[in-house]
Ligand binder design. Structure first.
Ligand SMILES: NC(=O)C1=CN([C@@H]2O[C@H](COP(=O)(O)OP(=O)(O)OC[C@H]3O[C@@H](n4cnc5c(N)ncnc54)[C@H](O)[C@@H]3O)[C@@H](O)[C@H]2O)C=CC1
Ligand SMILES: O=C([O-])CC(=O)C(=O)O
Length: 340
């Protein structure tokens, strides 16, 4: 692993010093002054594959950008607010646009309860991406992800620039949590615990495929772990007691996802697999057009979408419960763009 990273950095150095006209990676964070946006921007400042880190929010971005810009890594940091065509400058020539803009949950809310506020925020940011960076890759963090990715897709379709290979719903936090939770009950190092999590990103739509891990679980462990992975977000919302939801672990997860995407699209590294929510045919025969599963990333973005493989009867049951909710979340997002 270490050797691979070393090679990446060398390739990156060559990439940036090349005069062959290849443009270096500009990554834009929309919602950069928020609970996720700030630590995510901090982590991205360390990424050697980023030449410009472009931070946009409706408030406070100049301060966040000035602060982060003092960190002595190679990338340039720019900060924008809506004034003076800030969004245009934030997005122009972007390679990847990461979107954690929007409101988080308070105790007692579901992610779907955020729809009324976040749907229009995400729709408008997607429309700006269409205008200023139609070829960028978009990573959507704003909840409810099950609906916000379809919203972004519909906006791109409306303007005739839709490429499903470039649009991702970020579900990395579910796999990060699953790995950590398994390691906690088995007393192992989480780096050795890989759990594929499929479906969507809310409650019962989050389906961990624990039968495919290297561990054996009792039925009791299986049920408790599955529930904890499905409702891990609620643990944080409850503990934060009205001040927000997961921000730091989410920033970690989004930085990992962005790095994977950069390595695939900028360096052309092969074999990078991230579970992510994308336009997918896996369950389209059942009317579910977006689904999270293991996706091999490529220079084009989405490469091979891996099938679920062999799953247990319990997991089949979980998938059965996830599909109707996913279908309705997806339809809600699509109808929102059609009607607004
Ligand atoms: N996909 C996932 O796994 C996760 C998703 N989330 C979601 O991420 C979103 C953000 O969460 P936090 O950072 O905790 O919220 P936050 O409220 O701390 O930050 C959100 C930021 O978005 C900004 N914003 C609002 N409207 C905007 C617009 N039109 N353009 C640009 N920026 C805008 C706000 O000014 C604020 O700085 C929430 O919807 C939350 O539910 C949170 C954790 C995990
Ligand atoms: O729970 C929330 O609302 C935030 C989130 O998506 C997560 O932590 O998985």
């Amino acid at each position: 692993m270490f050797v691979l990273r070393r090679i990446n950095v060398d390739v990156a150095k060559r990439f940036f010093s090349s005069s062959a006209g290849v443009h270096a990676a500009k990554v834009s964070v929309l919602g950069a002054a928020g609970g996720i946006g700030q630590p995510l921007s901090l982590l991205l400042k360390k990424n050697e594959l980023i030449s410009e880190l472009s931070l946009y929010d409706i408030v406070n971005t100049p301060g966040v950008a000035a602060d982060i810009s003092h960190i002595n890594t190679n990338s340039k940091v720019t900060g924008f607010i809506p004034e003076n065509e800030g969004l245009k400058h934030a997005l122009s020539d972007s390679t990847i646009i990461v979107i954690p803009a929007g409101v988080p949950r308070k105790p007692g809310m579901t992610r779907d309860d955020l729809f009324n506020t976040n749907a229009s925020i995400v729709r408008d940011l997607a429309a700006a991406a269409v205008k200023y960076a139609p070829k960028a890759f978009l990573a959507i963090i704003s909840n409810p992800v099950n609906s916000t990715l379809p919203i972004v897709s519909e906006v791109f379709k409306k303007h005739g620039v839709y490429d499903p290979k470039r649009l991702f719903g970020v579900t990395t936090l579910d796999v990060v949590r699953a790995s950590r939770f398994v390691s906690e009950i088995k007393g192992t190092n989480p780096k050795d615990e890989n759990v594929t999590v499929v479906g969507g990103h809310s409650g019962v739509t989050i389906v961990p495929l624990l039968s495919q891990t290297r561990q054996k679980f009792t039925e009791e462990e299986l049920k408790a772990l599955t529930h904890r992975i499905q409702f891990g977000g609620d643990e944080v919302v409850k503990a934060k007691a009205g001040t927000g939801s997961a921000t730091l672990s989410m920033a970690f997860a989004a930085a990992r996802f962005t790095d994977s995407l950069l390595r695939a699209i900028v360096l052309g590294e092969s074999g990078i697999i991230e579970p992510t929510y994308v336009k997918s045919d896996l369950f389209s025969s059942e009317g579910v057009d977006y689904f999270a599963s293991n996706v091999e990333l490529s220079r084009e973005g989405v490469g091979k979408i891996h099938p679920l493989g062999s799953i247990s009867p319990y997991e089949e049951q979980l998938i059965g419960a996830a599909l109707p909710e996913l279908k309705s979340n997806i339809r809600k997002g699509e109808e929102f763009v059609a009607n607004n």
